[in-house]
Design a protein around this ligand. Structure first.
Ligand SMILES: Cc1ncc(COP(=O)(O)O)c(C=O)c1O
Length: 397
């Protein structure tokens, strides 16, 4: 049985803070500090360039990918680390489009995180082949899949509401129409069980600074279905994805397998922190994690609706359709969130009026949920959000 009291003890959680924003940036794993120090002092400091071989830096992107694979239902050797999620989505889409020549539509939805749409638009523009990005409403996206679609590109868990798309069904619908399915797992990896292989997903990518706790700037991962990988031509054909990077050939030849999705020099220090963070996931039963996540979000919704009648639930009420976050709408949402943060309950805000709360089962428990709602209710009762200092917009909300 997974012991969530033990996992909570493995994080640095600042005194007086209830952290409900692990869906944006996970907290610091205690072991990350020593690990970063070792990489900096012992590996970089002492081994210098020799560390690429002696400390395993060169293999690190694949080694770490293999540790993420079981969390997303992927086989070893199908997940590669590096770059940012925006870049990995670009790579996935570029390869997918080359696998469907003749088809000109990339289908996404309005619940997608904007960077995915921006990256797609930029790629389509520079391809200059007449591709078009079509954006449907999330509930209509399945019906919009037709034989013009080259790639369906969706974020599985909506970043604002937590609404979950049915990956198995939408992937099957895409395949029936001859399209490929690309999934953004930013709010899925470490939040709920994901079954990439079982769903037949063609490509996926995700970040590691949210539920996986790899820290700010932690590298992204990309998954390519193993029976596609030899056909997936890398658009970002950097030297680290070359078949023989140190042959320094003038011509690019993609490496066999998932290595081809590497681009350039990996962020070694940052990825070492992620490795320490992933140690916490060893032995975690994803079904138990999901059950606990549902218990926590159900408790939060019940208590907010009981104690804060001015807030309106923006997330699906059915827990089976909801990720590990809960959003409420409130006209003074921004100021109320600032007031909440000032009293030690950290969530975040998404325009125009959504207060967003993440419940990462590794370190959030029932007592945190109850205390957070109590503080929120007091803020609303006292109209603490009316104070002018809570109305000033910061750059990051
Ligand atoms: C769903 C989703 N996709 C993409 C991104 C952007 O990722 P990155 O900044 O790592 O490129 C985010 C960031 O929060 C996200 O939530």
């Amino acid at each position: 049985m997974t012991d969530f009291t033990a996992t909570k003890a493995r994080f640095h959680l600042p005194e007086g803070v209830i952290y409900l924003d692990g869906n944006s940036l996970g907290p610091l794993p205690l072991a990350a500090v020593g690990r970063a120090r070792r990489v900096i002092e012992d590996e970089w400091g002492e081994m210098l360039i020799r560390a690429w071989n002696q400390a395993g830096w060169m293999d690190q992107p694949r080694r770490v990918g293999d540790r993420i694979a079981p969390l997303i239902g992927a086989a070893p050797g199908t997940v590669m680390m590096g770059d940012t999620l925006s870049v990995k989505m670009y790579q996935a889409l570029a390869s997918a489009l080359e696998m469907r020549p003749g088809r000109k539509i990339v289908l996404s939805d309005s619940g997608n995180f904007p960077t995915d749409l921006y990256m797609a638009a930029g790629l389509l523009r520079s391809l200059g082949q007449g591709h078009r990005l079509k954006v449907a409403d999330p509930e209509d996206v399945g019906a919009a899949i037709d034989e013009d679609v080259a790639a369906l590109m969706l974020t599985q868990v909506d970043y604002r509401t937590g609404r979950i798309h049915d990956m198995a069904q939408l992937t099957a619908t895409a395949h029936a129409a001859g399209a490929l399915a690309i999934w953004d797992l930013a709010h899925s990896a470490g939040a709920l069980p994901v079954q990439l292989a079982a769903c037949g997903a063609d490509f996926a990518a995700g970040c590691t600074y949210k539920y996986l706790n790899g820290g700010p700037g932690a590298p992204a991962f990309i998954y390519v279905r193993p029976d596609h990988v030899e056909m997936a031509r890398p658009a970002l054909s950097g030297w680290m994805g070359h078949e023989a990077p140190f042959a320094f050939d003038l011509d690019y030849r993609p490496s066999p397998g998932i290595e081809r999705m590497r681009v350039g020099t990996p962020p070694v220090v940052q990825m070492s922190i992620l490795e320490a963070a992933l140690d916490i996931w060893v032995g975690i039963d994803m079904a138990a994690l999901r059950a606990r996540s549902i218990d926590l979000t159900e408790l939060f919704i019940r208590e907010v609706e009981r104690q804060c009648p001015d807030l309106r639930l923006a997330s699906p009420r059915d827990p089976a359709l909801r990720g590990s976050q809960v959003s409420f709408r409130f006209e003074h949402g921004y100021a109320a969130m600032q007031a909440l943060i000032a009293r030690g309950v950290i969530g975040d805000f998404r325009a125009p009026d959504t207060m967003r709360f993440g419940f990462a089962p590794l370190y959030i428990d029932e007592a945190d949920v109850l205390a957070a709602v109590g503080i929120l209710a007091a803020i609303l009762r006292e109209r603490a959000f009316d104070a002018p200092e809570f109305r000033k917009r910061e750059a990051v909300t």
